[in-house]
Write a protein that binds this ligand. Structure first.
Ligand code: FES
Ligand SMILES: [Fe+2]
Length: 440
């Protein structure tokens, strides 16, 4: 008999605000808060003279700016004086100044001037705008929002994943907003059964036509290895072998997922099995292979309980990445400067019944598989109602991950693992998760 989740548990799993159990877990970890390119005047001309923008992270409204020393500073959006909105602050190079009464904050958040106060006032020395440490990795600005709640603790070490160690020539970062809770966005990545359906192409393309640099061309290139000397496009693997056996392995950094698709399950010898190995890095990141020489690391930043930015870092272990081509491919589907997708609920995610009948299983385009996942997770509603779902055997990784997430919340509340993020970061220091996608 299927056990249904109760509403309280669904709320606990999905909330990220300050003071919630899920929010406490998220605040243990470095979070992506912007792409570095968002501060490039070529991408956003407003950044030429005023490199400052409002960002929303874990339900908190913040401002992010790059000072003239090149450092990113992140602080609360409401001025520590009387709460005016610092998204409209004057940018002064070494800090920002609130236009209401002229209070100035250095990049550290320290108030350094209160010009309306009497001469000789030392008030500013006692005022600090809540601020958060930042670091830049692989074209992404990360911040740690744990500091204000744990003023004595330092941020955890940064995870030593391949995507963060790669040189700038071999990685490329992009992001996009989905109108839904982070957990359902993440769960699509630990669901190895869905590509056989959601991303199914009814026809294969010539393997010579699939460039490894094409960000949207997942499942079009060849699987590693061969079947009786023949290379198979991933589209064929996914279409013809659609009952994967899914295994999960708990690791020091999260979970390794192995999806086995047997080509000749009845054979007693010379069994051929397509194997796809992916990873979940706690709490909201997955790593999947895009081709034999490229991986995607996707982090799901909870903007708040009902909006998510996915940050994808494409990492090549082979040739340098053609950044311009990669960006152009993604930019075609994206509105700037907010990185919202051009397709969505407003246009039925580009759905075509003709296409569904003749070319793809879903009917939402062949160029960009990202919109397929977007439909899956947005069409559930802003927060999926897990009280009415019915999980099957193929949802095993999702069920296990939820249990793990709830355990982490409980342990954190009981203070038995206050250094959860540190332990998991150490896990990624100790081992580099390797992905695989092919026959063996
Ligand atoms: S509210 Fe910002 S200076 Fe007064
Ligand atoms: Fe997908």
């Amino acid at each position: 008999m299927i056990q249904h989740m109760d509403q309280a548990r669904n709320i606990k799993l999905t909330q990220v605000g300050a003071g919630t159990p899920g929010g406490a877990v998220m605040r243990q970890f470095w979070q992506p808060v912007a792409l570095v390119e968002e501060f490039d005047p070529a991408v956003d001309p407003r950044m030429q003279d005023r490199p400052l923008k409002a960002v929303r992270v874990l339900g908190e409204d913040l401002v992010l700016f790059r000072d003239t020393a090149g450092q990113f500073a992140l602080m609360d959006r409401h001025c520590a004086h009387r709460g005016a909105d610092l998204a409209f602050a004057r940018f002064e190079g070494d800090g920002i100044r609130c236009p209401f009464h002229g209070w100035k904050y250095a990049s550290s958040g320290q108030c350094v001037e209160t010009p309306a106060e009497p001469t000789g006032s030392t008030l500013c020395q006692r005022v600090k705008q809540p601020s958060y440490p930042t670091t830049v990795r692989s074209g992404v600005v990360f911040a740690w929002l744990g500091k204000e709640k744990n003023p004595d603790s330092a941020p955890p070490p940064f995870p030593a994943l391949d995507c963060y160690k790669a040189s700038s020539t071999h990685c490329f970062a992009f992001k996009g907003m989905w109108q839904c809770n982070w957990l359902q966005a993440f769960e699509v990545g630990i669901d190895p059964a869905h590509p056989s359906f959601l991303h199914r192409f009814l026809h294969d393309v010539d393997l010579e036509d699939t460039g490894s640099n094409a960000a949207g061309k997942q499942f079009r290139s060849a699987a590693a290895g061969n079947v009786a000397g023949e290379r198979w496009p991933m589209s064929r693997v996914m279409r013809e072998l659609c009952q994967p056996e899914i295994k999960t392995l708990e690791t020091s950094y999260g979970m390794q997922l192995t999806a086995l698709r047997a080509l000749n399950p009845e054979a007693t010898e010379d069994k051929i099995t397509h194997t796809r190995i992916t990873h979940a890095v706690f709490p909201h990141t997955f790593i999947i292979p895009l081709s034999e020489t490229m991986t995607i690391t996707q982090i799901h930043l909870p903007i708040d309980d009902t909006h998510t930015y996915w940050y994808s870092i494409f990492t090549s272990t082979g040739e340098a990445i053609n950044h311009a081509a990669m960006r152009e491919q993604r930019a075609r589907h994206t509105n700037f400067p907010d990185y919202t997708p051009k397709s969505g609920k407003h246009n039925q995610w580009g759905f075509s019944a003709d296409e569904q009948a003749s070319r793809t299983y879903l009917g939402m385009g062949e160029d960009d598989i990202n919109v397929h996942d977007q439909w899956a997770v947005e069409s559930m509603g802003a927060v999926q109602d897990r009280t009415s779902e019915n999980l099957g055997t193929s949802d095993i990784a999702i069920a296990r991950y939820r249990r793990w997430l709830l355990n982490a919340m409980d342990q954190l509340e009981a203070r038995s693992t206050s250094r959860l993020a540190e332990a998991l970061a150490q896990g990624t220091l100790a081992v580099t998760p390797q992905t695989f996608d092919g026959f063996r």
